[in-house]
Design a protein around this ligand. Sequence first.
Ligand SMILES: NC(=O)C1=CN([C@@H]2O[C@H](COP(=O)(O)OP(=O)(O)OC[C@H]3O[C@@H](n4cnc5c(N)ncnc54)[C@H](O)[C@@H]3O)[C@@H](O)[C@H]2O)C=CC1
Ligand SMILES: O=C([O-])CC(=O)C(=O)O
Length: 258
Amino acid sequence: MKIAIIGHGAIARFVRGALAGCDVTEVAEIVRPGKENVTRDPPLVSSIADVSTDCALIVDCGGHGALRAHGAQALRRGMNVLTVSLGALADRDLMALLRNAADSGGARLQIASGAIGGLDALRAARAGRLDTVTYIGRKPPAGWIGSPAEKVLDLHNIREPSVHFEGTAREAALTYPKNANVAAAVALAGRGFDATTVQLIADPTVAQNLHEVRAAGAFGSLTFTISGHGLPANPKSSALAAMSIVNAILERQSPIGF
Ligand SMILES: NC(=O)C1=CN([C@@H]2O[C@H](COP(=O)(O)OP(=O)(O)OC[C@H]3O[C@@H](n4cnc5c(N)ncnc54)[C@H](O)[C@@H]3O)[C@@H](O)[C@H]2O)C=CC1
Ligand SMILES: O=C([O-])CC(=O)C(=O)O
């Protein structure tokens, strides 16, 4: 399978490493404009128009801006897109643009499960009545550096777990583009962006990224928790998020879906 990957950050590099030796060929790396003037194999390109049409999948590991910049064009060209930057879908206009582009190109936007699990149970539960879904995201203070948490907390000096956001998944995903994609995943799997409650916490007592989902409905109730190792190259991003991309790519080649 021929793919092109957007980004060269912690997640993209993990994905490239994990795919080495698999029956997957990266035919282009999609970079920001101005960064493509270097001879490399695979070639660096800054536009989907420069990716060969036999590329089966664009893999977005670049964040919200990357999905915004390239998603619709790829889908319109008939290229499937796999994204880890799903929090960007909290923007209704972008969601509509991508949906229309997928329709007109006959392609599909696939969402990676990312740093969380249990989404299958939420998706099944909404076939019944899903009454409440809450997501609680907890990271060490350093995991929130560069986010709006800095405006409400002194991240370098907090001594106890401190809530810096409470609101809907839509607000969380749009306000914390590097930290609340999980909120979006939980919302998309369950009750949607506006009916999913989110709490984000900077916690000096933890060393990992902790995610908790609580849901109740006609199915019963569930609590899912995960304590995820951060990627060494970017501890803000859990390793599982990168692994979910690898799995989603390899899954496309499997004759038996799971
Ligand atoms: N779904 C989930 O559970 C998770 C999602 N994420 C998302 O994944 C993104 C990437 O994470 P990391 O690799 O850890 O970040 P990173 O900061 O290490 O790497 C981001 C890479 O994307 C590139 N990039 C950014 N905008 C681009 C554009 N418009 N075109 C091409 N390249 C572009 C950057 O140059 C960089 O190489 C995060 O920003 C976040 O939105 C991260 C963790 C979990
Ligand atoms: O990687 C994580 O633990 C979660 C994360 O950053 C996100 O939800 O965007």
